[in-house]
Design a protein around this ligand. Sequence first.
Ligand code: AMP
Ligand code: FE
Ligand code: FE
Ligand code: ZN
Length: 279
Amino acid sequence: MIDLHSHTDESDGTFTPDELVAEAVRIGLSALAITDHDTLRGYELALPFAVEAKLELICGIELSTRYGGASVHLLGYFPCATPPAGFRAWLDFLLESRRDRNRRLIERLQSLGVEITLEEVERRGRSLTGRPHFARILVEKGYAKDIQDAFHEYLDESAKGFVQRQEVPIEEAIERLVAAGGVASLAHPIRVAKNDWTRLSEYVENMAAMGMRAIEVYHSDHTPENVAFYLSLAKKFNLAPTGGSDFHGGNKPLISLGTGLRNNLAIPDEILAGLKKAL
Ligand code: AMP
Ligand code: FE
Ligand code: FE
Ligand code: ZN
């Protein structure tokens, strides 16, 4: 069993890289991909622990991109060689646009009467500070009853505190992933095109034409019906099916590494072989 979608505390998970490796070993995974948002630091820190534990660790990334006026998450995998310096420099540029979003988000929350400062939120993040870090502080200060409530009241796209982040067009993200020697996979397609299957199919066809070579068929949020449909899209557009739990530790407490939501995942090793072939 493998898991190709997970986050450490270098982005918005709560497990340190070594804790994540230990959890993967504990549940008996044969391979794990770390796909932190906008940073490779969690993978780099985890690597020596994975080598020691003889766990196959895949270098990955999750990028927030723009497609058709909406935000679409894209996974990138580097199963053979880690990305070159130019790609890493581009990630630093993405981290800077995230900081700019965070400054504006603080101003917005303050204007809503929330007592919060950029410094206290940034203290919670490591390589980056994301909305889950904001959510924790909103809960601790009593502005929300839990993380979900903090997103619902303040941080979700439809909530009163939301500010837009400058996102890269998906075409550019796919190009950069491919140029860096990676495979691009559409993350959790259930969140794309409001799960309108006809539109989703058109979108996936376009993304495949841009160079995307995989699609995340298996994910904690996908029903068996979703999985069957995404598998049909993978076949139709010649994409490798990928999958993972999207584990975030305590930031998404119902989701377990490897087994997903209430044991709805068991991703076989062949999926990783298929991803390598898509390179
Ligand atoms: P950011 O990249 O800083 O905009 O934060 C986005 C991250 O927030 C996502 O990757 C999720 O991990 C998390 N997130 C988004 N919506 C929710 C939600 N409703 N509940 C919990 N976490 C969420
Ligand atoms: Fe996340
Ligand atoms: Fe995502
Ligand atoms: Zn994720």
